[in-house]
Design a protein. Structure first.
Length: 251
């Protein structure tokens, strides 16, 4: 019998790891992909035999090629995929350099071709479900965090979600996305002292959300696991706002 797994790209921390915790708590297997060996080892130490890990730098073409080859030859049915990898470093548009731009677009390129390989796996095994982690910034500019290249990349991911939903539906593959606002995750460590992320975000952005607080990884993970499940079997091509009411409350 073919073994099944949920592949989580960017699964060693933040929303990806929170999703892995919820999936393994249901007795299901996960495969975590991340760039940090330390974080991956910590994750597998926590999750135990329900998880396996694969270290990949998504900005490294050779690493991405190796991961795609692993997807093709592992013998596992990847019945679910979560594209959770990301980077976020606000910078004014007029100060963006090519390296800043490439840091986001390289991730999108890797996501595109990894998802393609997974979709082939799903097609061969009767279907599956994909959830991409997009962003509120793809829909709404925020003056306090100028993020033109990041937002363009995430808008592209939202669009990819809808196109793949249309193209892959005949193969029994659903594709959706979540669009979070501010969530307390290590991604902010690119420009905030990692030890100060909690204090900085709760102090500066709680009031930004109509619901009165910033998000937690588990808030988004719960929606991801729902979209992956059969409970959402009639949902595809959706980009769900999981944002504490930000998009509803903007005027």
């Amino acid at each position: 019998m073919t073994q099944t797994t949920t592949l989580i790209i960017g699964g060693s921390s933040g929303m990806g790891l929170a999703t892995a915790r919820q999936i393994t708590a249901k007795g299901q297997h996960v495969t975590l992909v991340g760039s940090s060996s330390t974080k991956l080892e910590a994750a597998i130490s926590e999750l135990g035999e329900s998880a396996e890990i694969f270290r990949t730098d998504l900005r490294n073409a050779s690493d991405v090629k190796a991961l795609i080859e692993q997807i093709k030859t592992s013998g596992r049915h990847i019945h679910a995929l979560v594209n959770a990898a990301g980077t976020f470093s606000p910078k004014p548009f007029l100060e963006h350099g090519s390296e800043d731009y490439d840091s986001y677009m390289d991730l999108n390129r890797a996501t595109f071709f990894i998802t393609q390989a997974v979709a082939e796996n799903m097609k061969a095994n009767g279907g599956g479900s994909v959830v991409n982690i997009g962003s509120m910034w793809a829909k709404q500019a925020v003056r306090a965090t100028p993020s033109s290249a990041y937002s363009m990349a995430k808008a592209g991911l939202h669009s990819l979600t809808q196109h793949l939903a249309m193209e892959l539906a005949p193969h029994g593959i659903r594709v959706n996305a979540v669009s979070p606002a501010v969530v307390v995750t290590p991604i902010y460590g690119a420009f905030i002292d990692p030890d100060q992320i909690e204090e900085t975000l709760t102090g500066g952005f709680d009031a930004f959300h109509p619901i009165g607080r910033v998000g937690r990884p588990e808030d988004v993970a719960s929606t991801i696991t729902h979209l992956l499940s059969d409970d959402a079997s009639w949902v595809t091509g959706a980009v769900w706002d999981v944002d504490g009411g930000v998009m509803a409350g903007l005027v």
